[in-house]
Design a protein around this ligand. Structure first.
Ligand code: UMA
Length: 455
């Protein structure tokens, strides 16, 4: 397999950690490049999917844990995003061996421009919009990363450009990744079971920008308080050119909302995009669109293409997806809401004081502070139905609305149906991860859809 840059992988002893989507693909890729690969996972061998294919490719598998000696003898260790590397094992490994993420390895191999998107929420929507704009304009684009496609799949075809959705996990073990254009959408609390503090999480998000140079661009939400304060704290963005966007202020150059339009001022031009006609709802989605416009104008994408894209985009599954309306009650699947920030944003889209939302929330707790939801829940929710491991913690948060517990999603939907009246919305807005009851957020959303369709 050919890579764009001249990096020797052949003959190298490489350990791949984690055998999910990322690790499995990375192991096979490295093996095809001639590396001597051993992959390790904490799971027992019997639970590793794709084991046969890996073994057939000559890849060694060490299951049931990570053995220190294996790491010590390697030339390179490549970690999957879900693997924590602030442990003793990795501290010791780093003394002799480089530890990188698959995204870092990938960025060392390619020589086409990288566009990268991060933020706590809205990453996939923004990435999908940018993907649509760039492919509509004829660019042979690869889109991957946290969106569910391992970055190294880039090499499966001849691509001109690469678009990556990057999570904080994927930004942890990078050192040279340098996006030509980066987009930083928002930062609110998430993954507090992985980071020691919110500050650490903010620092990781800002790593996206650390290698950018004068000719690169950062499209950044200056309307986001945490981002704005961090920019002020840092005094500058480093070297890249800043293209701010905000739904609250009007920057001289940048993207803002004015008189019912998204206004983009860049490169001596002013472009207008009427908000009317946009089919995805909520201020957060306007922000996602603004970020995508920012990236597109920096890349010189034609205005007509940008317009085609933003006015035809209908949103993604599991993100405020209207499943069905039954007897005047709307059932909305927002299973992708896996943190308090996204749940807060979703609820803010409903009128305050009217309390027309029956909210199904809960799931696996990620160490979040649920009290930030108090005002928005108390002013919009008529009944709170709690599911999953976080149920008790949510119940003790001190919401003033009527709260009940359900033992399954099915029971929660039935309770919602009994209590909802015409004009109400039943919202699956977990605000938590899904792994206590489901495989992932998609599985949770699909189950909700099936239950609602069966009502
Ligand atoms: N494992 C170990 N050792 C550990 C920890 C985990 O061996 O210390 C093993 C697990 O047993 C499992 C494997 O690692 O077999 C799982 O690896 P992983 O958690 O990195 O998951 P992948 O299947 O490789 O998927 C990852 C991303 N997952 C996470 O970041 C948790 C996917 O993002 C991403 O789409 C995919 O790579 C392709 O790039 C998902 C996600 O939930 C959507 N992301 C989080 C989010 O969006 O909030 C960050």
């Amino acid at each position: 397999m050919m890579a764009g840059k001249d990096i020797v992988l052949s003959g190298k002893k490489i350990v791949v950690v984690g055998l999910g989507l990322t690790g499995t693909y990375t192991s096979l890729f490295l093996s095809r490049c001639g590396a001597d690969v051993v992959a390790t996972d904490v799971k027992p061998a019997s639970m590793i999917e794709g084991r046969e294919e890996l073994e057939k490719a000559g890849i060694g598998i060490e299951a049931g844990g990570h053995r220190e000696e294996l790491f010590m003898g390697a030339d390179l260790v490549v970690v999957s995003p879900g693997v924590r590397t602030d442990t003793e094992l990795f501290k010791k490994t780093r003394e002799t061996t480089e530890v990188v993420s698959d995204v870092e390895l990938f960025s060392r191999l390619i020589d086409v421009p990288i566009i990268a998107v991060t933020g706590t929420n809205g990453k996939t929507t923004t990435t999908s919009l940018i993907e649509d704009m760039l492919t509509r304009s004829g660019i042979r684009l690869f889109a991957g990363g946290n969106i569910g496609v391992p970055a190294l799949r880039f090499f499966e075809a001849d691509h001109q450009m690469c678009l990556l959705e990057l999570s904080s996990f994927q930004l942890e073990n990078i050192s040279t990744l340098r996006p030509r254009v980066s987009a930083l959408l928002n930062i609110t609390e998430d993954h507090m079971d992985r980071y020691r503090s919110f500050r650490d999480y903010v620092e990781v998000k800002f790593r996206l920008l650390m290698n950018q140079k004068e000719e690169d661009h950062v499209v950044v939400n200056t309307g986001d308080r945490v981002i704005r304060e961090e920019l002020e704290r840092r005094g500058s963005m480093g070297h890249a050119l800043l293209l701010p966007f905000s739904t609250e202020e009007e920057p001289a150059e940048g993207i803002c909302l004015k008189d019912g339009n998204i206004v983009c001022r860049y490169g001596g031009r002013e472009r207008l995009y009427p908000v009317e006609g946009i089919r995805i709802e909520g201020v957060h989605n306007l922000e996602n669109i603004m970020a995508a416009i920012g990236v597109a104008v920096v890349l010189d994408i034609e205005d007509e293409v940008i317009k085609e894209s933003i006015y035809s985009f209908r949103g993604l599954p599991h993100r405020m997806e209207l499943v069905r309306e039954i007897e005047g009650v709307r059932y909305i699947n927002d299973s992708k809401s896996t943190n308090t920030g996204s749940l807060k944003r979703a609820l803010e889209g409903f009128s305050a004081g009217r309390r027309r939302v029956v909210l199904i929330a809960g799931g696996k707790d990620k160490g979040m502070d649920f009290s930030v939801l108090r005002d928005v829940v108390d002013s919009r929710v008529k009944l709170l139905i709690l599911i999953g491991e976080a149920g008790e913690k949510l119940e003790n948060t001190g919401f003033s609305v009527r709260t009940v517990r359900a033992t399954s999603l099915e029971q929660a939907v039935f309770m919602a149906r009994e209590n909802a009246e015409p004009g109400d919305t039943v919202l699956l807005g977990p605000g938590c991860a899904s792994f206590d009851m489901f495989r992932d957020f998609e599985h949770r959303g699909n189950c909700f859809r099936d239950i609602v369709r069966g009502l």
